[in-house]
Write a protein that binds this ligand. Structure first.
Ligand SMILES: C[S@@+](CC[C@H](N)C(=O)[O-])C[C@H]1O[C@@H](n2cnc3c(N)ncnc32)[C@H](O)[C@@H]1O
Ligand code: SF4
Ligand code: SF4
Length: 314
């Protein structure tokens, strides 16, 4: 199936960026974490040999960068073996970690295995974090940018600091994942293949599994990876929008979560008929915490909640 935009065929390139989510287990329970809360319901983790096959298969399909993530990837004691295999296959390797379990011994072993890059996350231990808690006010955002600029000036070329504006403060969405099924391929701990790490929330799509389909077939042939490629799936205002090639309608998951339909325009866009939902969230963010009346119960991502949630769903 060849996707089209404005009637012209679009060439589908290889899955350049492979994200190997080797486990959902994690010693931390960050409340904002995008990983599924019902993770105890998911199938068993891929074995070392199954992961090695994924790495070989993905490399053969043209992947060049491999990120090891999770959950906390350091929970797996075969991580060094997997990094060594990825390195030997020619991948640029990247570890995404909270640093829990990143002992000097493991750091040394991972370096010897050929690890190229570490993304160390500083997680907050505060329990009161959800979208409402995380969303900065305009004033906080301006202050953060000011402080960032001060440090940029102070540190010069020693450090490059990126400042990402939360998209709720924009009027046009980001080209999410650089386009659905364009460069990014996530393999979840049980082998499901996704075009982005949260795509499983789109329930009408059936995502393939590396246990019964090759990475190449998943990428080029599967219905779910082709579903939101091109513009055939779009509704108005995206379908007739002159900017559709720039952002491809934004994020499918955000559209689903905020409008109930993944084929709608990402409501960050001010052309979306649902844009008010974003404006309301921004307006709410301007209210000081002490004056907020609605307090939603938070569900923490831990084994007890996961089992509870799984029993409700099954
Ligand atoms: C899911 S974690 C997995 C690796 C490791 N446990 C860690 O925390 O770095 C990967 C990265 O995603 C970030 N992250 C988690 N949930 C997120 C969310 N809802 N939105 C944006 N980033 C998120 C984390 O802060 C972390 O930097
Ligand atoms: S450290 Fe936090 S963000 Fe990373 S996987 Fe664990 S719970 Fe999620
Ligand atoms: S209408 Fe759709 S394609 Fe046009 S700018 Fe908004 S999100 Fe992008």
């Amino acid at each position: 199936m060849t996707p089209t935009i404005n009637g012209k065929e679009v060439t589908v390139g290889p899955p350049l960026w492979l994200l190997a989510e080797v486990t959902y287990a994690c010693p931390l329970h960050c409340v904002f974490c995008y990983n599924p809360v019902d993770y105890t319901q998911h199938g068993p983790e891929l074995t070392t040999q199954e992961w090695i096959k994924v790495l070989r298969d993905a490399r053969a399909a043209g992947s060049v960068q491999c990120g090891f993530s999770g959950g906390e990837p350091l929970v797996r004691d075969d991580l060094e073996t997997l990094v060594a295999e990825a390195h030997q296959l020619g991948f640029y390797t990247n570890l995404l970690t909270s640093g829990i379990g990143f002992t000097p011994e493991r750091a040394k072993a991972l370096k010897e295995a050929g690890l190229d890059h570490v993304q160390l996350s500083f997680q907050d231990s505060t329990r009161q974090l959800n979208r409402e808690g995380l969303m900065p006010s305009r004033e906080q955002l301006q202050r953060a940018e000011r402080v960032t600029n001060e440090y940029r000036e102070k540190l010069g070329d020693k450090l490059r600091i990126f400042f990402v504006v939360p998209d709720y403060y924009e009027t046009r969405p980001k080209k999410c994942m650089n386009g659905w099924g364009n460069i990014f391929l996530t393999i979840t701990p049980d082998g499901s293949a996704l075009p982005c790490h949260t795509a499983k929330m789109i329930k009408h799509l059936e995502f393939p599994n590396v246990k019964n389909m090759s990475v190449k077939d998943i990428w080029y042939e599967s219905e779910s990876f082709n579903h939101y490629r091109g513009d055939a799936w779009m509704k108005d205002p995206c379908r007739t929008c002159e900017d559709k090639e720039k952002d491809l309608g934004g994020c499918r998951c955000q559209a689903l979560m905020l409008t109930g339909d993944a084929a709608n325009a990402d409501p960050v866009c001010d052309k979306s008929q649902h844009h008010q939902v974003v404006l309301d969230a921004v307006a709410f963010a301007q209210i000081p915490d002490t004056q907020r009346v609605e307090v939603k119960p938070l569900v923490f991502r831990d084994p007890i909640n996961s089992r509870k949630l799984s029993s409700v769903q099954s």
